[in-house]
Design a protein around this ligand. Structure first.
Ligand code: ADP
Ligand code: ASP
Ligand code: MG
Length: 406
């Protein structure tokens, strides 16, 4: 008998009819004789709706209250699934994050899981019950409800699989696996059968929101094999596992894009030691992660510094940067929300030259201006104007031959 963690996303839980379908997928697994722990997202659109209610009041709410409101979507869907299962004659129990023992730090709206006390879950499994747990939420040491960031139910599922030493973690969603690009943008995208944790981590970090980044980090750290598959078909989906020697043969594995960043530019900053530290320390203190950073060549002892942050953090980051800019005598702070990051990812980039050149050439050919560039061993990212996102993804996908069968 195996222990399987199944996670169902928002679209899969989008209506009572769909929840009844999810119940069937859960029972398929149960009927194989396995113990099943189910992690669910809020019903489709619900988390957005809750966030918008809060934002109608203020753009910068108290984050504890924000989590208090936004975490409720998952409680509804977990309860509904448990009711459906019980109604079908299969004993089930619904648990919130705190009831399931999911302990997090205090970073409201983007909390990290510190530890999971699995006693209660194990007790219910021993009673023969299906255990349905709210994704996305946890509890701080002081007893406050936290949420794990958008897409956080993936992380709840993988962390539970690791803590329970589960045999498998299956992420059921509205696509039948991980594709070479977001299939909503590139209809020719191909499904990837197997890929490494590292590639998935880059793709997720760069915007392929099919999995939350932290979920892949957890899977990699605890070596939990992850499968991304469709709720609506029987297809096996994509397996994400440890790297093996065949994987490096693929130079470019996929293209990711992210419209969820904003660029902040500090103009005419005195070019002196310690100035960058002042800006980025202040942002770090406010728990705002910074992604790309570019500093221009200095002219007359002054320079410009640009960086990107998540759009969610942009208004707070702009305010903090303006305060620091005043203190250090910079001229101006400009915020641009209409940017996007387009990235090319593949393990084989470690050992193949020429990928960067091809990316720049391709974008230039279509008149797409590159605003910022960043690279790592296995990726190249370019910031472009937001209106060019879809075009950039499509032309890069084609340029690297990803629409052709291997
Ligand atoms: P869920 O609600 O099940 O968590 P998400 O919307 O978070 O689902 O993630 C699934 C979506 O991720 C897909 O519908 C697809 O549009 C998007 N996506 C982005 N990049 C990719 C990719 N490379 N492969 C598959 N799906 C992707
Ligand atoms: N409901 C949350 C969100 O929409 C968490 C999740 O679905 O994973 O971000
Ligand atoms: Mg998701």
């Amino acid at each position: 008998m195996a222990l399987v963690v199944q996670k169902f996303g928002g679209t899969s839980m989008g209506s009572i009819e769909r929840i009844k379908h999810v119940a069937k997928r859960v029972l398929q697994e149960k009927e194989k004789g396995n113990d099943v722990v189910v992690v669910v997202s809020a019903m489709a659109g619900e988390t957005d709706r809750l966030i918008n209610l809060v934002k109608e009041i203020t753009p910068e709410p108290n984050e504890r209250d924000m989590d208090f409101v936004v975490s409720t979507g998952e409680q509804v869907s977990a309860g509904l699934l448990s009711i459906v299962l019980n109604n079908m004659g299969y004993p089930a129990v619904s648990l919130t994050g705190w009831q399931a023992g999911i302990k997090t730090d205090n970073a409201f709206t983007k909390a990290r899981i510190l530890d999971i006390d699995v006693e209660r879950i194990k007790k219910h499994l021993k009673e023969g019950k299906l255990v349905v747990i709210t994704g996305f939420q946890g509890i701080t040491e002081g007893g406050d409800i936290t949420t794990l960031g958008r897409g956080g139910s993936d992380t709840s599922a993988v962390a539970l699989a690791a803590a329970l030493n589960a045999d498998r973690c299956d992420i059921y969603t509205d696509v039948d696996g991980v594709y070479t690009a977001d299939p909503r943008i590139v209809p020719q995208a191909k499904r990837i059968d197997v890929l490494s944790y590292e590639e998935m981590l880059e793709l997720a970090s760069l915007g392929a929101k099919v999995l939350q980044i932290r979920s892949v980090e957890f899977a990699m750290k605890y070596n939990v094999p992850l499968r991304v598959r469709s709720t609506f078909t029987e297809d096996e989906g994509t397996l994400i596992k440890e790297e093996d020697e065949t994987m490096e043969r693929v130079v470019v594995r996929g293209i990711a894009h992210n419209k969820n960043e904003a660029r902040i530019t500090v103009e005419r900053v005195p070019d002196k030691p310690g100035i960058a530290a002042r800006i980025f320390d202040a942002l770090a203190e406010a728990n705002i992660p910074v992604d790309m950073i570019v500093q221009n060549v200095s002219v007359d002892g002054y320079t410009d510094i640009s960086f990107t942050v998540e759009k969610n953090d942009a208004s707070k980051a702009e305010r903090i940067t303006k305060e620091v800019a005043n203190e250090i005598g910079a001229r101006n702070v400009i915020r641009d929300d209409r940017i996007a990051k387009v990235s090319v990812v593949g393990l084989g980039m470690r050992s193949h030259a020429g990928v960067a050149g091809k990316v720049f050439e391709t974008l230039a050919k279509y008149g797409i201006n590159i605003v910022m560039i960043s690279t790592s061993e296995i990726k190249i990212s370019c910031i472009v104007e937001e209106k060019f996102t879809e075009l950039a993804v499509r032309v890069l996908h084609e340029a690297f031959g990803l629409d052709k069968n291997e």
